[in-house]
Design a protein around this ligand. Structure first.
Ligand code: HEC
Length: 132
C-alpha cells in the first residue's frame, strides 16, 4: 500500500515536471510572435543595416554618393519594383556587365555582405520604402 502511494507520488511528480517542461516550450513559442512583432519595426532595423552595409556607397542617409551608389530617395527603380523583386535585386546586385547598369559601377550582391539574411534584406526594403 505504502509503496503504491510512493509510485503514485513519483508519477504525479513526473507529470508536473513534464507540464513545466511544456510550459517552458510554450513560452518559447510565444516569444516567436514578438519576434514577428519586430517585423513591424522592420524599417528601423533595415535602416541600421543600411548604415552598416549599404551606406559606404549609398551614403549614411541613402542620399547617394557621386561616382558610387545612387540616391535611394524618390528612386524610380525602387518605386517600379515589388518587394519580392527588390529583395531579389539586392541579393543579386547589378554588375557593370549588366546592360541595365547605369553608372559603370558595380552594385555587389547583398551589398557585399553575404551574412545578410532574406529577413534582413526585407527589412532594408521596408526602410527604402520609407524614402519614396
Ligand atoms: C560597393 C558599392 C555599393 C554597395 C556597398 C551597395 N550598393 Fe547599391 N548600388 C551601387 C551602385 C553603383 C548602383 C547603381 C548600379 C547601376 O549603375 O545601375 C546601386 C544600385 C542600387 C539599387 C538600384 C537603384 C538604382 O538607382 O538603380 C538599389 C535598390 C540598391 N543599390 C540597394 C543597395 C542596398 C540595399 C545595399 C546594401 C545592402 C547596397 N545597395 C549596397 C553600389 C553599391
Amino acid at each position: 500500500m505504502k509503496r503504491t502511494r510512493w509510485i503514485l507520488f513519483v508519477a504525479v511528480l513526473a507529470l508536473v515536471t513534464a507540464a513545466c517542461g511544456y510550459s517552458d516550450v510554450s513560452s518559447d513559442t510565444t516569444a516567436a510572435p514578438s519576434g514577428g512583432g519586430e517585423d513591424v519595426g522592420g524599417a528601423a532595423h533595415g535602416q541600421e543595416l543600411f548604415k552598416t552595409t549599404c551606406s559606404a556607397c549609398h551614403g549614411q542617409n541613402a542620399e547617394g554618393i557621386d561616382g558610387l551608389g545612387t540616391d535611394m530617395h524618390n528612386n524610380e527603380f525602387i518605386q517600379s519594383q515589388s518587394n519580392a523583386d527588390l529583395i531579389l535585386f539586392i541579393t543579386v546586385g547589378r554588375s557593370t556587365t549588366d546592360p541595365d547598369n547605369t553608372t559603370g559601377v558595380d552594385m555587389p550582391p547583398n551589398g557585399g555582405d553575404s551574412s545578410l539574411t532574406e529577413t534582413d534584406i526585407a527589412d532594408i526594403v521596408d526602410y527604402l520604402r520609407t524614402l519614396q
